[in-house]
Design a protein around this ligand. Structure first.
Ligand code: P6P
Length: 337
């Protein structure tokens, strides 16, 4: 049987009362914009879009040309649709209001337009991460504080991974589902419904080069994984690190695993490396809706009360059992202090 398209899926969800018309149209617009980003990334060197843009983003990171292009594609696609009150992006200091000439909607869209962009020039998978919040009633000119809602209030979260295939993974809080882009037709087709992440795993993802900077409980936990079957865990573990969150998370969504970007002495002052509002929160909803867990090593990510649009947090996510073990080690160490 031919898989259903994203649009058919969205109509089903609307009929089931799990999504309203405005939100489903917003997701269609975002998915269409990501198809354009896929075309741009797939051009590689032929598109004249590799390399640095010669500017820095709000994080002080050198922007790739494709960062800027992807950001513009998402802003332009969402300006006229009438579903949004404002957008926020990793690439922009402040929220972007919808231009006055267009109708405004009741949603706020946050995104990392091209996560992992440092991998573009070496042709490793990158992705777009997005999160949808409700715009507070009566707010027509959303300010930053209107975006600072806990991850549990997200109406939708998703990512698109631009890899050998272009895949959209999406959750409205009623399961996590995967769509594969059929390039010949130009449609996203449902490839996995109600994904379940195995609770146990033998695979972890972390940037080991930071090991000497980790907190003691992280040293202990990873040390036990590395000890393998002769150690306290009694089994061998494999390791992966793509350094593209969307690619690492998608591997976990596909076959299980656990991903860590813990606090370390280098980044402790900043609160972590990954951003809460448009990386950790959307990924946490997707992972939890697939039966996994997502914490900061101490707290459930989705329950954090945000304090800033570009706030950074530690991220432990993936197969529930391993996230729980690593989190327990941190809480025990805190309790011992
Ligand atoms: P590191 C990419 O820059 C990113 O924000 C995530 O996509 C990725 O998981 C992480 O940073 C990689 O960080 O320190 O290994 O380069």
């Amino acid at each position: 049987m031919k898989p259903i398209s994203l649009i058919q899926f969205l109509i089903e969800e609307r009929r089931a009362g799990r999504v309203n018309a405005e939100l489903s149209l917003l997701i269609e617009v975002v998915a269409r914009a990501c198809k354009r980003i896929a075309v741009a990334t797939n051009k590689g060197a032929l598109g004249g879009v590799l390399g640095n843009a010669g500017s820095d983003n709000v994080q002080g990171e050198a922007q790739k040309k494709l960062d800027v292009i992807s950001n513009e594609i998402l802003l332009e696609a969402n300006a006229w649709g009438g579903h949004l009150a404002a957008c926020a992006s990793e690439e922009m200091e402040d929220p972007q209001p919808i231009p006055d000439m267009y109708p405004k909607g009741n949603h706020l869209l946050l995104f990392d337009p091209l996560d992992g962009s440092s991998n573009i020039d070496v042709n490793i998978s990158v992705g777009t991460i997005f999160s949808v919040l409700r715009c507070p009633d009566g707010v027509t000119e959303p300010k930053m504080e209107h975006f600072l809602q806990p991850g549990t209030t997200q109406l939708a979260a998703g990512y698109v991974v631009y890899g050998p295939a272009t895949l959209l993974v999406l959750s409205f809080g009623h399961g996590t589902h995967e769509f594969t882009l059929d390039r010949e037709v130009g449609s996203f087709l449902l490839s996995r419904r109600d994904i379940r992440i195995p609770e146990e795993t033998g695979e972890f993802a972390i940037n080991m080069s930071n090991q000497r900077h980790w907190e003691a409980p992280m040293q202990r936990y990873i040390g036990e994984l590395l000890a393998g079957k002769d150690g306290p865990r009694g089994k061998d573990f494999n390791m992966r690190w793509v350094a593209s969150m969307v690619a690492d998370v998608h591997r976990i969504v596909t076959r299980g695993g656990v991903f860590f970007y813990p606090l370390d002495a280098k980044i402790k002052a900043k609160g972590g490396k990954l951003r809460l509002m448009y990386e950790a929160n959307p990924m946490a909803l997707i992972i939890e809706q697939a039966g996994g867990a997502a914490t900061t090593g101490r707290e459930r990510i989705l329950e954090l009360q945000p304090t800033g649009l570009h706030q950074r947090v530690p991220v432990f996510l993936g197969s529930k059992q391993e996230v729980e073990v690593a989190t327990r080690y941190h809480l025990m160490a805190d309790g011992a202090q």
